[in-house]
Ligand binder design. Structure first.
Ligand code: HEM
Length: 152
């Protein structure tokens, strides 16, 4: 786990972290438009995902996108995330989230960023968010795999 963490952390370079921090305010400001668009794209492109969210109360599912955007603000204090990661992983295992689902979210999020931010969603911005997403996603997938094994 520690080895993987280091590897993913090394992909999330300082210049990428700076971009994440710089774009956090605009993403927060446009957060609702981005999350709404993200779910539209995801449900449209990956209809199977609807089943995963089927039992959630209205608007509750936006928690996922908001968490990703909120995480940008803590990009420098990733160790502070461990409590949140455990909670998310437990929830994901209850909802049967699997590694195959992870590309769907980032794919839809990057597309939504382009749609809402227009020219603001430069390649550099999207690459930084891609790296940040996978950093977090890999930690979650690893913990979820352990939890699935425990309940198997
Ligand atoms: C880095 C990636 C992700 C982050 C940061 C994230 C974050 C979160 C958070 C914060 C919650 C609420 C946990 C709680 O109960 O407090 C959640 C729940 C959930 N996530 Fe994720 N998630 C990620 C990836 C995914 C993926 C790939 C899927 C599937 C496409 C997914 C589907 C769900 C579902 C269905 C719930 C339950 C919704 C609910 O409790 O209302 N998540 N996620």
């Amino acid at each position: 786990m520690e080895k993987e963490k280091k590897l993913y952390q090394s992909l999330l370079t300082e210049d990428k972290k700076k971009i994440i921090k710089d774009t956090a305010p605009i993403l927060k400001e446009k957060g609702e438009a981005i999350t709404t668009r993200m779910y539209e794209i995801m449900f449209n492109n990956y209809p199977d995902v609807k089943k995963l969210f089927a039992n959630q109360p209205k608007n509750q599912n936006q928690v996922l996108a908001r968490a990703i955007i909120g995480y940008a603000e803590n990009i420098d204090k990733l160790s502070a995330l461990s409590g949140a990661i455990e909670k998310i992983a437990v929830r994901h295992v209850k909802t049967n989230i699997k590694p195959i689902h992870y590309p769907w979210v980032i794919d839809s999020l990057l597309q939504a960023m382009s749609d809402v931010l227009g020219d603001g969603a430069t390649d550099a911005v999207k690459k930084a968010w891609f790296a940040a997403y996978w950093f977090l996603a890999n930690i979650l997938m690893k913990r979820e795999q352990e939890l699935y094994q425990e309940v198997a």
